[in-house]
Write a protein that binds this ligand. Structure first.
Ligand SMILES: [Zn+2]
Length: 252
């Protein structure tokens, strides 16, 4: 996957920085976001860092983030934040509150770590969610100004990043619909792993092979097993047809 990661806000103590209470949003968003980037790269994903550390204003910070995200096509854009205002738990914002699998998975995975699951909510009013071209999820890991913060300190940024990484990549392997190209590739792989066996002169048998196989059966050169199953693989069929074209089966 091509994933854009944004560590929310500017760095701590500058214009546009995040909330500072029991923990510092800018600091923790960077810890989680950068660890997440490392993990995604290790898993073979292409990561684009869309973090803006210094900006003259909040609106400049936001527009710089979005322009980094929109510079290339992304499969997913993830913005990492921490909540404030007195509450408990994790919430994820998406455009129009769409219940993207990644968003739902992030809520569930962070809930597994112990945070309350506040669910996937409508973030259409959030600039980076609204303006980024890619499917966007903005994660509010937990609250910086309640006992959430202490819980987070115990859990640590590593586990939070791990949970998010698993949540957004699991979707890839488990539920993503295959494109036709991927489907054909997979079919090919499966076919190679367990070759098709042609047992009968039926519609599965390629038309070009039928005269040869019929000839071999007529001549009792090919009799199959006790149930009459021919047990031919494609390689065997091809070899028979080549031999037939060479006249090997026409000798008296
Ligand atoms: Zn924030």
């Amino acid at each position: 996957m091509r994933i854009g990661i944004n560590c929310g806000h500017t760095v701590s103590g500058t214009v546009g920085c995040g909330a500072v209470e029991r923990i510092d949003e800018s600091v923790e968003a960077r810890k989680v976001g950068l660890k997440l980037e490392r993990m995604l790269i290790d898993k073979g994903h292409t990561v684009y860092d869309c973090t803006n550390d210094y900006a003259p204003s909040v609106s400049s910070n936001l527009s710089q983030i979005v322009s980094m995200a929109n510079k290339q096509p992304l499969d997913l854009f993830v913005s990492i934040h921490f909540n404030s205002g007195g509450g408990r738990g994790t919430e994820v914002f998406t455009y129009e509150g769409k219940q993207h699998t990644e968003a739902v998975n992030v809520c569930n995975s962070l809930a597994e770590l112990g945070f309350r699951n506040r669910g996937v909510k409508d973030g259409s009013n959030l600039y980076v969610v609204r303006r980024s071209n890619a499917k966007a999820i903005l994660i509010e890991v937990c609250f910086v100004d309640t006992d959430d913060a202490d819980e987070y300190k115990e859990i640590g940024a590593d586990k939070v990043a791990q949970a998010i990484c698993g949540a957004i990549t699991r979707q890839k392997t488990e539920t993503e619909e295959l494109t036709m190209g991927q489907y054909e590739e997979l079919k090919q792989e499966i076919a190679e792993a367990r070759p098709m066996v042609y047992d009968y002169m039926d519609s599965n048998m390629p038309e070009w092979a039928k005269p040869t196989i019929q000839k071999l059966m007529d001549k009792d050169l090919l009799q199959g097993d006790e149930k009459g199953r021919l047990g031919l693989t494609m390689d065997m069929i091809k070899m028979c047809v080549i031999n037939d074209r060479a006249g090997l089966y026409d000798k008296k």
